[in-house]
Design a protein around this ligand. Structure first.
Ligand SMILES: NC(=O)c1ccc[n+]([C@@H]2O[C@H](COP(=O)([O-])OP(=O)(O)OC[C@H]3O[C@@H](n4cnc5c(N)ncnc54)[C@H](OP(=O)(O)O)[C@@H]3O)[C@@H](O)[C@H]2O)c1
Length: 315
C-alpha cells in the first residue's frame, strides 16, 4: 500500500514508519520542524514538510502523493509544560485533532483515498462511574472537568469525524518506550506524586505495540473505534512506584487530596482519582493484535533499563 503518514517524525510516527516499511508498504511521511525531514528519510520514507493547519497545503500534499491510505499521528505536545489547565497545554493539539483531521478527511475524499486511521486517546475519557475498565461501547465522560472540556471535545470530534467517514480511530493508552517520554523527567525529579490513595486507573501502551496495532488497523475493513492499550489497566498507587523503580528514581511522594487540589487544581485531582482504564479485547479480537509488552510491568523495565556503564536508557 502507498501510505501517507501525517506526523511521521514523532514518537509514534517514527516507529510506525519503520514497521510499515518493514512490511513492504511505501510511505510518504510528513514532518513540521525544520530538520526532521532527515529523520523521516532515514527510515526509508519520502519526507514532505506539512502544516496540518494549512488546509490548502494538506489538499495539495495528499493529491500529489496519491496514497491508498492516510494515517494521522500529528500532535503538538513535545515541548509542552503541563499546568492546571489541560486545555491550555493541549490547545495546539486540539486544533490538529479538529481542523487537522477535517483537512485530511476532505483531502482523502477528493483523492479517493480508501483507508483512514487516526490517533485518538483512551485514558481519562470514559465516564467516571461503574467498573474500573471500559470498552469502546461504554459512554464517555458526559461532564469532563472544566479545564479539560475542549480537549475532550476535540478527541470526540476526531472519533466521530473519522468513523463517520468510514475510518478507524485508535484510542491509545499513555505512550511510553522512548527516553524522552513525558513522565520520565517529573518522575525522576519526584515531581509526580501519588494523589490521595492513588485509585484512579490508567491504561498504557508501549510505542512499539501501538505502532503494530496501527499497521493492523490499516488492513482492517470498515469503520471502528479501538482501545489500543495494554492488558493491565492499573491504579496510580501501583504503576507510579513501578515506573520510579524502573527509572532508578526515589519512590514517588504522596500528596493528600486537599493539597493536590490547591497545587494541581480540582480538575486534575478529579481525573487522577476517578479515572477509568480501557479494555483491549476488541482490538485483540478484531485486529488480531498481540502485544510484545502485555503489561507496563515488563514494558517500563524494558524501556528504561539502564546501562551499568554509561547509565543510558536502552531504547
Ligand atoms: N499523544 C498524546 O496524546 C500525549 C499525551 C500526553 C503526553 N504526551 C507526551 O508528549 C511527547 C510526544 O509528543 P507528541 O505526542 O506531540 O509527539 P511528537 O513525538 O512530538 O510527534 C508529533 C508529530 O506531529 C507533527 N506535528 C506537530 N505539529 C504539526 C503541525 N502543525 N502540522 C503537522 N504536523 C505537526 C510533528 O512534527 P515534527 O516532529 O516535525 O515537529 C511530529 O511528527 C511524549 O513525551 C509523550 O509522552 C503525548
Amino acid at each position: 500500500m502507498r501510505v501517507f503518514v501525517a506526523g511521521a517524525s514523532g514518537a509514534i510516527g517514527t516507529r510506525l514508519v519503520a514497521q510499515l516499511i518493514d512490511q513492504g508498504h511505501e510511505v510518504i511521511g510528513t514532518f513540521r520542524s525544520p530538520g526532521h525531514g532527515e529523520r523521516v528519510r532515514a527510515l526509508g520514507a519520502e519526507p514532505v514538510a506539512l502544516d496540518l493547519l494549512d488546509a490548502r497545503a494538506v489538499r495539495d500534499a495528499v493529491l500529489r502523493a496519491g496514497p491508498d491510505a492516510i494515517i494521522h499521528q500529528a500532535t503538538a505536545l513535545a515541548a509542552v509544560r503541563f499546568g492546571r489547565s489541560l486545555d491550555r497545554s493541549f490547545a495546539p493539539t486540539n486544533r490538529l485533532r479538529t481542523e487537522g483531521t477535517d483537512a485530511l478527511l476532505a483531502a482523502a475524499r477528493e483523492a479517493s483515498v480508501g483507508r483512514f486511521v487516526a490517533q485518538s486517546f483512551a485514558s481519562y475519557r470514559y465516564a467516571r462511574e461503574g467498573g474500573p475498565v471500559k470498552t469502546e461501547d461504554d459512554p464517555l465522560d458526559p461532564a469532563p472537568p472544566a479545564m479539560a472540556r475542549e480537549t475532550n471535545a476535540a478527541m470526540r470530534h476526531l472519533d466521530e469525524a473519522v468513523t463517520g467517514a468510514g475510518g478507524i480511530a485508535l484510542r491509545y493508552g499513555g505512550f511510553y518506550g522512548a527516553a524522552n517520554d513525558g513522565l520520565v523527567k517529573p518522575v525522576r525529579k519526584r515531581q509526580f506524586p501519588i494523589i490521595g490513595d492513588g485509585t484512579g486507573i490508567s491504561s498504557f501502551v508501549h510505542l512499539d505495540d501501538a505502532a503494530a496495532a496501527t499497521v493492523l488497523a490499516l488492513a482492517h475493513d470498515g469503520a471502528g473505534l479501538y482501545n489500543i492499550v495494554d492488558d493491565e489497566p492499573a491504579p496510580m498507587s501501583q504503576w507510579l512506584p513501578a515506573l520510579a523503580e524502573a527509572l532508578g528514581a526515589s519512590p514517588p511522594r504522596h500528596v493528600p487530596l486537599w493539597l493536590a487540589r490547591l497545587i494541581a487544581g480540582k480538575g486534575m485531582v478529579m481525573m487522577a482519582v476517578g479515572s477509568r482504564g480501557a479494555s483491549n479485547a476488541k482490538a485483540k479480537q478484531e485486529l488480531g493484535w498481540t502485544l510484545r509488552y502485555p503489561s507496563w510491568r515488563q514494558g517500563f523495565a524494558a524501556a528504561y533499563a539502564s546501562d551499568p556503564v554509561d547509565g543510558r536508557a536502552h531504547i
